[in-house]
Design a protein around this ligand. Sequence first.
Ligand code: AMP
Length: 505
Amino acid sequence: MNENLFTTFENSIKDQNRIFIQTPDGISYRYCDMLSLSGQYANILDTLGVKKGDRVAVQVEKSPQVLFLYLACLRIGAIYLPLNTDYTSREVHYFLNDARPTIAICKPSSLEAFENIARETGVKSVLTLNNDNTGSFIELSDKEDSSFSTVAVKNDDLAAILYTSGTTGVSKGAMLSHENLRSNALTLAQYWHFSEDDILLHPLPIFHTHGLFVATNTILLSGASMILQPKFDIEQLIKLMPTATTMMGVPTHYLRLLASKEFTKEATENMRLFISGSAPLSPETHKDFYHLTGHKILERYGMTETNMNTSNPYDGERVPGTVGYALPNVDVRISDPKTGVPLDQGEVGVIEVRGPNVFQGYWKMPEKTAAEFRDDGFFITGDLGQIDEKGYISIVGREKDLIISGGLNIYPAEVEAILDAVTGVIESAVIGLPHPDFGEAVTAVVAGIESEKLNESIIREQLAKELAKFKVPKRVIFVDSLLRNTMGKIQKKVMREQYQDLYKS
Ligand code: AMP
């Protein structure tokens, strides 16, 4: 039996003439276009020598073509490897060297850098794809047939690798199988009542689990439509809302909507559901949104490694400040982070999950994978949480010092490593501080020698050369020395308290 996720998508099409993707400027692609374009792109990959199990690395701007490319990878049995468009060449080098893809597809403006990296990492060909449906990849499609016989794969075969940041600064490639993605999308489509009548507002990036899998796979399994915004644009989003029925966003999107004068109850009248995830949605935002629009945002919780684990209910009470119940077929428990012993109801501990949604492990890192699973198959998420008497789960913090700014993850250790290499910096600590817009703002605390060559803008400029923009600290605080405890550990928690009002104006 063919257990290819694409075959499930194909079997879920209700009407081939139904629109799958529309763009804000009026271009639309029907399900029949999805079938022919993904077939054509799969034929290109075949011509380029991509085989089942090969990786295809992609760092391009958001466009419908990127989703057809993702689907083409599924069809040929290749492993799709999307990269955040903000990553610098230094970062891309690490990913390509680690994943060793057969081909890489990039923006035309990064071609030279990619070709250099490709030579050093054994990538066979580099092609370009622009967000206006041009590029060397698209040029090849004229020569290719649109019919393609989808390659048979098994449930556990890999569909994608998504890199997460690592606490030690080393990114880990989370390996996701066809069944991991399928089981979660089927659950979500049903849990959130998606049908072919839905039109999803899609303002999210498509290199991340939220925009790529939660949004796109759920729509494909429902035979529904989506409006793909090239970039989050608040005015455009509000204008499009009356033509849509649902939206998936990060808390920052909901904050921005609330801050806009154009956003009214009338704009939301055609909408049946607003979903939030990737970072904590504050109870205030949830309540403000309800007061303005009458809609209770549905908050859910997941991560790259596990897909979605919990969700507030569709019909029942959506409790602000919680991430709802464990999803059907997903086991969630709270354990003592050190001993792994399951804790009693109400106690705070590390959230652990088990189910068909949980990934296959980290690419080429068997020890790291083993360390993050319990013997009975539960994955240790690293998030701290508790479960109340009704089964609602809330996240109380992160075990590690992950920073989430605007829905994107930043691990301090990676930023610190580069900061410490700046001339004049003695040592540094990178922390997340509450920020009204981004949720958290990356902030550097630096102990350095007194020098004209060292100030906030110099440091930020230097870091911007090495790091994606979202990881560059918004502010740099200079101190004589970093706060440490008697064991020599830097006291980040105390620092966060000390500077908690930095972005409050
Ligand atoms: P990522 O792998 O980028 O999707 O990030 C996963 C992390 O985002 C989780 O481990 C959580 O720390 C955080 N996260 C996701 N959804 C929520 C949520 N609804 N509330 C709080 N944190 C969340």
